[in-house]
Design a protein around this ligand. Structure first.
Ligand SMILES: [Fe+2]
Length: 148
């Protein structure tokens, strides 16, 4: 999938024009590129204004992200085996993805995206079939996960 995404990113001028302006309220925006009944892929572009972060979330499916402009920091988390807090997570690492680079995730990935640098981060994202009730937003202080 990474190889196919790389071909698309390199060869599609159109894709680079699908830049959603970040919302003045949230500092982020997404644009859906593909939506077809029976093919439940999520294919979109996303923009984050400088220093804006997403919440900490999972996708419950595989994912490929290609950064087209700017830089994204992906912070990764994993669940901690704690009987008292079944949704407790701990940070396990971070990776900076620059324009031209691609990252992929397994269905177990939990991440947070932050645009770093002085320009917005603009990326192409593709996620597999998301099962109902498999996506969550994690709260690292209350150790809770709410449906996303
Ligand atoms: Fe995500």
């Amino acid at each position: 999938m990474r190889m196919r995404v790389r071909q698309l990113v390199i060869n599609s001028y159109w894709l680079h024009t699908q830049y959603p302006e970040p919302s003045p309220k949230t500092g982020m925006a997404t644009r859906t590129l593909y939506n077809e009944i029976g093919y439940p892929l999520t294919v979109q572009t996303a923009t984050f204004a400088p220093n804006v972060s997403s919440n900490i979330h999972n996708h419950g499916t595989w994912g490929v992200v290609a950064v087209l402009k700017g830089r994204e920091k992906h912070t990764f988390w994993k669940r901690v085996d704690d009987p008292q807090f079944p949704n407790k997570i701990e940070m396990v690492g971070e990776k900076i993805i620059k324009a031209g680079e691609i990252i992929s995730f397994t269905p177990h990935a939990i991440h947070q995206v932050t645009a770093i640098g002085n320009e917005p981060a603009f990326s192409f994202t593709m996620y597999g079939d998301t099962q109902p009730r498999s996506r969550f937003i994690f709260d690292t202080t209350k150790h809770t996960a709410k449906p996303f």
